[in-house]
Every structure is written in structure tokens, then in C-alpha cells.
Design a protein around this ligand. Structure first.
Ligand SMILES: Cc1cc2nc3c(=O)[nH]c(=O)nc-3n(C[C@H](O)[C@H](O)[C@H](O)COP(=O)(O)OP(=O)(O)OC[C@H]3O[C@@H](n4cnc5c(N)ncnc54)[C@H](O)[C@@H]3O)c2cc1C
Length: 460
């Protein structure tokens, strides 16, 4: 309905159709229903989701490393959503950074800095443990509890129908909505559907990544990985970031970078540093039970809204490489508050929703700089030695403020914004300490090399 202000607003009996029941679709639905309840607004909300998140393997999974950042855990807790323990595969309280020049275990900068690892679906292909519970299913359940209707169908087309948007699937009758929310992740066909109802929208730019699950005995995981996320700063072409994330009886391998293919994966898993994380005779390739090459967002879509249409999560704006679920939370919640409290016209989304997307975009620009520096470090033995030396000093000092450790913790876990990370990284005392470590650690390597040469005597 058009309001007195001239905006397009939802009213009693309005219908919302959410296309996609991943985290973005669920967060939007949860908050839209919650705000409508508080506003005494009687709305109907349908979520279209073809996947069955209670199934194991690809059919029930939205491929992801499954790290829930502590900032998201805290945001959710503030709003009364406490992730149940049966969803959490493992609480992560340290990370271990591996380079060709050694490793460092880095403890969480504070006791509150804890992250959780989860499965998005019900477990990898071949998983027989019926007790596994997935994160996406849990979120969707919260929405159903609040009155959302989940329609297990794939949306096939969208079109304008007078003042409404018509949603069609191949299985049931068309439905019309006062607002349609695009939360289809990076599914290209799903995103293309929105071009017909949101003509100014341009699709996000993506790149291919890699995930696989190693099946292991829980005691082997505890002995070899502990409650630590293992990250690798190795000079392997195409890889910007590699991590092994321990779960209950699986270890998830995540590779981010450019043009990742089988050869790049093989180079990574056969590297000495990765191999040494696993038991000696562990059959690496045979134990990889579930493998996929999902896309990740490297540049957000433009203008993800129109009258009665808004795109959220990966389909709209995400966080570069990290904490995509956190970005789905931010954009889903912002779109829900705009729709319920402000209106569902293009102007409303521009005033109240677009600033959130722009802010994520600005932060991602700084993120690109941070990952450029990370790549420099990956390629430079001199810098890697300095970094390891500085971390060892910090972690060994009880009084230390753990500045570098917390910067790296937030970079690897995605728990803080990139601008915040950069600000903390360029703190003068910290930069000076790092430079000192780079010089000191490399001088001692040089000295020991010279000593070895002298000991070996003059060559004939
Ligand atoms: C390798 C990798 C590792 C990652 N690791 C992490 C991590 O550890 N932590 C983190 O926070 N983020 C991580 N992310 C990012 C995270 O997975 C995404 O940002 C997040 O899933 C986005 O949520 P979403 O709801 O927008 O999209 P999705 O999770 O992709 O959900 C989209 C949903 O839409 C549905 N859909 C698609 N088309 C249609 C249609 N036509 N009709 C109806 N439904 C449809 C799909 O079935 C799907 O359920 C990772 C990403 C990658 C690629």
C-alpha cells in the first residue's frame, strides 16, 4: 500500500516472499517477523528453499568453512539467539600459524574471543552420524517457530504484477508478494532472476574456492589439531589463504585464492607443513570424503534494491573472504528493519539499507590492502621470520597487549572490520617492534649461516 508520506509501506496482511533460506534469508525473516510483532503488524512470510538441510552431502549444504566469528556469536546472543551446543562442532580458542620457517600457536587475545565451528548442512557426503545438526537448519527452524512458512521449492521466475511481485516455481501455483527478498547466495541462475524486477542491479563478481572434509577419529583430531584453527602462510601459487578447521570427526580444509583447481589443491595438501599436521600414515587423499569448488564474493553487486525488491547476504554485499555469515546477518537485519519500520520502496532501501552495503564495500577495499600485504608476507622468507619472531615474543610475555596476535586473530577469523584491523596494525610501537623482529631474526639466521660456513672450512 502507498502511505500518506508517499512511501510504499507494508500493512496488515502484507505478504513477503524470501527467495533462499541460507543465513541471509533466515536472518531477514527472523528479524522481519520479530519487528512486525513489536510493531503490531500482521504479516505473512514465505521462505523458498529447495535444499533439505537435514540431508548429508551437497543436497543439504551451503558450502562453507563453518566458522562463526565471535562478533556474530555476541550479536546473536544480544538478540536472544544462543547457538545450541549440539550445533557447535568445536569451540576454537587458539589458532596455529604455519609457515615454511616454523609455526606459532596463538592464543585468543581475550577469554571472550572464542569462535565456533559448525556444519552448514547435516554433515559431509557419506557421514553416518545421525546426531549431526546443521547451522542453516537451526536458523530456518527459528524462522518457522516465529511463523514463517518454508516452501521447499526452487524459484523459477519473478515478474512484476501490478503493485506486487509474482514468484513462480515449477511445482506449485504462482504466488504474489508485497516485498520479495533475494537471498540466493551466489547462485548465478538465481541472481539472474532478479534482473527482471531489479533492472539497475549488477551481479557480484566471484572467484572459485575449494573445500573438502577429512574424515578422522575424534581422538586423532584432538591429538593433532586440538581446539585450534590451523592457518597456512605458504608460498604456493594461487593460494591467498589456506586453513584446516577441526570439527568433531572431520577436519575441514578451506582454500581461498585465484583459479584453484586440483593441481593447486594437491600442491597444498602434499606440502611438508600441511602434511605434518596429520598423523604419519594418514591417507590424505582417501580421507577426503566431500569436496566442492564453491564461489566466493570478491566484489559486491551494485544497487541491490528496487521498489518492493531487496537483495541481501552474498547476493547483495558480503565481507571479503571472511565472516560471510556475519555480513548476511548485518544485511538481513538492516533490510528487515527498513522493510518494517521505513518502507519497501526504492527510496527507503536507498536511505536506510544502502549505507550498510556501502560501509561493507569501503571496509572490503581496506581488506584488499590487508590481503595484498598477507600475500607479500607469504612470498617473503625475511618477513615471515620477522612475523614469527614478533609473535613468539608477544605470546611469551605475560604483560603483552598481544597487539599483533589480535590483529592476526581478527584477520584470520573475520571477527573485526578490516579498517579496525588496519588501524591496530599501524600502531607505531607495534610497527617498530615488527621491524625490529624482522631485522633481529634475519641477522641471527645470517650469523648462524656464516658460522656454519666457517665451521665447514674453506672449500677446495
Ligand atoms: C570456501 C568458503 C569458505 C567460507 N567460510 C566461511 C566461514 O568459515 N565463515 C563465514 O562466516 N562465512 C564463510 N564463507 C562465506 C559464507 O558461506 C557465505 O557468505 C554465506 O553462506 C552467505 O549466506 P547467504 O544466505 O547469502 O547465501 P547462501 O548461504 O549461499 O544461501 C543461499 C540459499 O539460496 C538458495 N537458493 C539459490 N537459488 C534459489 C532459487 N532459485 N530459489 C530458492 N532458493 C534458492 C540456496 O539453496 C541456498 O540455500 C565461506 C565461503 C566460501 C566460498
Amino acid at each position: 500500500m502507498a502511505s500518506i508520506k508517499g512511501n510504499i509501506e507494508l500493512a496488515h496482511g502484507s505478504r513477503i516472499g524470501v527467495v533462499g533460506g541460507g543465513p541471509a534469508g533466515s536472518f531477514f525473516s527472523f528479524y522481519a517477523l520479530e519487528y512486525a510483532r513489536r510493531f503490531d503488524l500482521d504479516i505473512h512470510l514465505d521462505i523458498f528453499e529447495p535444499k533439505d538441510f537435514t540431508k548429508v552431502g551437497a543436497g543439504g549444504c551451503n558450502h562453507c568453512g563453518g566458522i562463526i566469528s565471535e562478533s556474530l556469536v555476541q550479536h546473536l546472543a544480544t538478540d536472544g539467539i544462543v547457538i545450541p551446543s549440539e550445533i557447535i562442532q568445536r569451540g576454537i580458542n587458539t589458532y596455529t600459524m604455519h609457515t615454511e620457517h616454523g609455526s606459532r600457536v596463538i592464543r585468543s587475545p581475550s577469554d571472550e574471543h572464542r569462535i565456533a565451528s559448525v556444519f552448514r548442512g547435516c554433515g559431509p557426503r557419506g557421514c553416518l552420524d545421525v546426531n549431526q545438526r546443521g547451522f542453516d537448519n537451526y536458523l530456518l527452524g527459528l524462522c518457522s517457530d516465529r511463523g514463517a512458512e518454508v516452501i521447499h521449492e526452487k524459484v523459477a521466475s519473478l515478474e512484476r504484477a501490478g503493485d506486487q511481485v509474482r514468484v513462480s516455481t515449477s511445482k506449485s501455483e504462482d504466488r504474489e508478494y508485497d516485498l520479495v527478498v533475494g537471498a540466493v547466495g551466489l547462485n548465478k541462475k538465481g541472481l539472474e532472476l532478479f534482473k527482471s524486477v531489479c533492472p539497475a542491479y549488477s551481479l557480484p563478481v566471484t572467484t572459485r574456492t575449494y573445500i573438502s572434509e577429512f574424515f578422522m577419529k575424534p581422538e586423532e583430531i584432538q591429538d593433532n589439531f586440538g581446539d585450534s584453527m590451523h592457518v597456512f602462510l605458504l608460498d604456493i601459487p594461487h593460494i591467498t589463504f589456506g586453513a584446516l578447521i577441526p570439527k568433531e570427526n572431520y577436519v575441514t580444509l578451506v582454500l581461498l585464492g585465484k583459479d584453484i583447481d586440483k593441481k593447486v589443491v594437491k600442491n597444498f595438501i602434499t606440502s611438508k607443513e600441511v602434511r605434518s599436521c596429520f598423523p604419519k600414515d594418514f591417507p590424505m587423499e582417501r580421507a577426503m570424503t566431500c569436496t566442492c569448488y564453491p564461489y566466493v564474493n570478491v566484489k559486491q553487486g551494485n544497487h541491490p534494491f528496487a521498489d518492493r525488491v531487496v537483495l541481501i547476504g552474498d547476493s547483495g554485499s558480503s565481507k571479503l573472504y571472511k565472516n560471510g555469515i556475519g555480513a548476511a546477518f548485518l544485511t538481513g537485519k538492516a533490510a528487515a528493519s527498513t522493510a518494517i519500520f521505513e518502507g519497501v520502496g526504492e527510496a527507503d532501501f536507498k536511505s536506510f539499507y544502502e549505507p550498510i552495503c556501502k560501509d561493507l564495500d569501503r571496509d572490503n577495499q581496506v581488506g584488499k590492502l590487508i590481503f595484498w600485504v598477507t600475500r607479500l608476507i607469504q612470498k617473503s622468507p625475511v618477513l615471515k621470520r620477522g612475523l614469527l619472531d614478533r609473535l613468539a615474543k608477544e605470546q611469551g610475555d605475560e604483560q603483552s597487549m598481544l597487539r599483533l596476535s589480535s590483529v592476526l586473530w581478527d584477520t584470520f577469523t573475520g571477527s573485526a572490520g578490516y579498517r579496525d584491523i588496519l588501524k591496530r596494525f599501524v600502531y607505531p610501537k607495534q610497527v617498530a617492534g615488527l621491524i625490529w623482529s624482522v631485522i633481529g631474526s634475519n641477522l641471527s639466521v645470517l650469523k648462524s649461516k656464516n658460522y656454519e660456513k666457517q665451521k665447514a672450512g674453506p672449500s677446495l
